[in-house]
Design a protein around this ligand. Structure first.
Ligand SMILES: *Cc1c(COP(=O)(O)O)cnc(C)c1O
Length: 429
C-alpha cells in the first residue's frame, strides 16, 4: 500500500475547518470511497502528493493543465507579471491581448468579456441571452454542467449525480422554473420543448461535447440541428466551451464540428491554471452589456493581470497547432491500449473519446446521453479507481467525470497507464 499518512493527517485537520475538508465537492472522493490525497507539487504529467508518492495525472486540474503542470512559459509569465502588480482595477494591456487572442482562435466571437470562472461566464451568458431576446426561458441538457449558478443547477452532471440530489437545496423552485431540461442528442425532445414554449426561449445552452457526466459525443447532425432550430426561433445558441474550448482544437468544439454559435463560454484552458472565465459572441449581443447596454455584469478581479499573463502564455504555446496533433496521438494510444486491456480482462467497457478528453464507462452498451451513462457500474469503477491509484495513476474520483491528457503526457506515461489498467482490470474482473 502507498504511504498516505501525511495526506491523512492533513485531511483530518482540513475537516475541522473546511466543510467536508474540500473547497469543491468532487475532490472529497465520496463517489469512490476513501480520502483525498494532498498535492505538494506538480510538474508535466505528474503530481507528487504530501507523502512523496508520484502519480500520473489524468485530471489535469479538471482540464486547464493542457500543457502539463508548471509549464515553463506560464510560470515565467506569471512571475514576470507579478513583479508589476497583482491587480489594478483599471484596464491593463494584457486584457486587450487576451481578447484579441480569443477572437483570433474563435471566429464566432466578435467581442468578449473576461471574468473569473466558468460559472460566472455561463451565468452571465444566460443573463445576456435573456436581456437581448427579452425572453425568460432557457433550454439545457440532461447531465450538462454549466457551473453552480442557481438557474443552471438542474440535472447538472457529475457533482450533483454523485451526491444523489440533482438539484441543490437553497435554490427556490421559482428560480429554475424557466429552465427546461431535455435529454442530449434527442432532437424530438428539443422540438417539443420549443413547441411547448412558443416565442419564449431566450437561449439553448449546451456543452457541445458533454464532459460533465463522463463524456459522450453529439450524434452527427445534432449540433447542426440546434443551430438551425435556434436561428428559426430567434433563440440564441450558447456553446458552453468552458471544458472543450482550446482543448478539442484551438477554436474549440465549434471549430471541430463547424458550428457558429451566437454566444460561447470559456474558462479552464484559457486561464493557464489561474482563475479565468470568458464569454463572447456576436457584437450586437455583447454590446447589450453594461456600460453600453442594460445587462449588468462586473468583477473586481476580472481581467486580472496574472491570469491574463498565464492565459496568453498558454494560448501562445497552443497556437502552433502541434499540441493538438500530439494530444490526438496520445488519446488514440490510450484508447487502443485500454480497449485491448478491457477485452483481455473480459470486462465490458465503453471508451468514449474526443481528442484529449475521454471516459471509460463500465457498461457494454453505447453511451450517447445521461441515461446511457448511468448504466455504468459505479462499484466496479470505484475498485478500478483505487486500483489505479495504488499503481500511481490518478483518474478523476467519479465514474461520471471526463479524463484529460496533456501535451506533457509522454508515450511512456500512456504505456505505464495501460499496463497498470491491464493488471487492475484483471484483479477486479
Ligand atoms: C468546469 C465547467 C464549468 C464551471 O467552471 P468553473 O470555473 O468551475 O466555475 C462550466 N461549464 C463547463 C462545461 C465546465 O466544464
Amino acid at each position: 500500500m502507498m504511504r498516505r499518512s501525511r495526506s491523512e493527517a492533513l485531511f483530518a485537520e482540513a475537516l475541522q475547518h473546511i466543510p467536508g475538508g474540500v473547497n469543491s465537492p468532487v475532490r472529497a472522493f465520496r463517489a469512490v470511497g476513501g480520502q483525498p490525497f494532498f498535492v505538494e507539487r506538480a510538474q508535466g504529467s505528474k503530481l507528487w502528493d504530501a507523502d512523496g508518492n508520484e502519480l500520473i495525472d489524468y485530471v489535469c486540474t479538471w482540464g486547464p493543465a493542457i500543457l502539463g503542470h508548471a509549464f515553463p512559459g506560464i510560470v515565467e509569465a506569471v512571475r514576470e507579471a507579478a513583479t508589476r502588480g497583482t491587480s489594478f482595477g483599471v484596464p491593463n494591456p494584457l486584457e486587450v491581448t487576451m481578447a484579441q487572442r480569443i477572437k483570433l482562435a474563435v471566429p464566432s466571437v466578435e467581442k468578449v468579456r473576461l471574468c473569473n470562472s466558468g460559472t460566472e461566464a455561463c451565468m452571465s451568458a444566460i443573463r445576456l441571452a435573456r436581456g437581448f431576446t427579452r425572453r425568460d426561458k432557457i433550454i439545457k441538457f440532461d447531465g450538462c454542467y454549466h457551473g453552480h449558478a442557481d438557474s443552471l443547477l438542474v440535472r447538472a452532471g457529475s457533482g450533483a449525480l454523485t451526491f444523489g440530489h440533482p438539484d441543490s437545496a437553497g435554490v427556490p423552485a421559482a428560480f429554475t422554473q424557466h429552465t427546461i431540461v431535455v435529454p442530449f442528442n434527442d432532437t424530438a425532445a428539443v422540438q417539443a420543448a420549443f413547441a411547448a414554449n412558443p416565442g419564449q426561449v431566450a437561449g439553448v445552452i449546451v456543452e457541445p461535447v458533454p464532459g460533465n457526466a463522463g463524456l459522450y459525443l453529439p450524434r452527427p447532425g445534432f449540433l447542426e440541428f440546434l443551430s438551425k432550430l435556434t436561428a428559426e426561433h430567434g433563440t440564441l445558441l450558447i456553446f458552453d466551451e468552458v471544458m472543450t474550448g482550446f482543448r478539442l482544437a484551438l477554436g474549440g468544439a465549434q471549430a471541430r464540428f463547424g458550428i457558429r454559435p451566437d454566444l460561447s463560454c470559456f474558462g479552464k484552458v484559457i486561464g493557464g491554471g489561474l482563475p479565468v472565465g470568458a464569454f463572447g459572441g456576436r457584437a450586437e449581443i455583447m454590446d447589450c452589456l453594461a456600460p453600453l447596454g442594460p445587462v449588468y455584469q462586473a468583477g473586481t478581479l476580472s481581467g486580472n493581470p496574472l491570469a491574463m499573463a498565464a492565459g496568453i502564455a498558454a494560448l501562445t504555446a497552443l497556437e502552433s497547432g502541434e499540441a493538438y496533433r500530439v494530444l490526438e496521438e496520445r488519446g488514440r494510444q490510450l484508447e487502443e491500449g485500454l480497449g485491448a486491456a478491457a477485452r483481455r480482462a473480459s470486462i465490458p467497457v465503453r471508451f468514449n473519446r474526443c481528442g484529449s478528453m475521454f471516459c471509460a464507462y463500465f457498461t457494454g452498451a453505447p453511451v450517447h446521453n445521461l441515461a446511457d451513462a448511468m448504466k455504468s457500474d459505479r462499484e466496479r469503477f470505484a475498485r478500478y479507481f483505487h486500483g489505479m491509484l495504488e499503481e500511481g495513476i490518478y483518474l478523476a474520483p467519479s465514474a461520471f467525470e471526463a479524463g484529460f491528457i496533456s501535451v506533457a503526457h509522454a508515450a511512456v506515461d500512456i504505456e505505464r497507464t495501460v499496463a497498470a489498467a491491464e493488471r487492475v482490470l484483471k484483479r477486479i474482473g
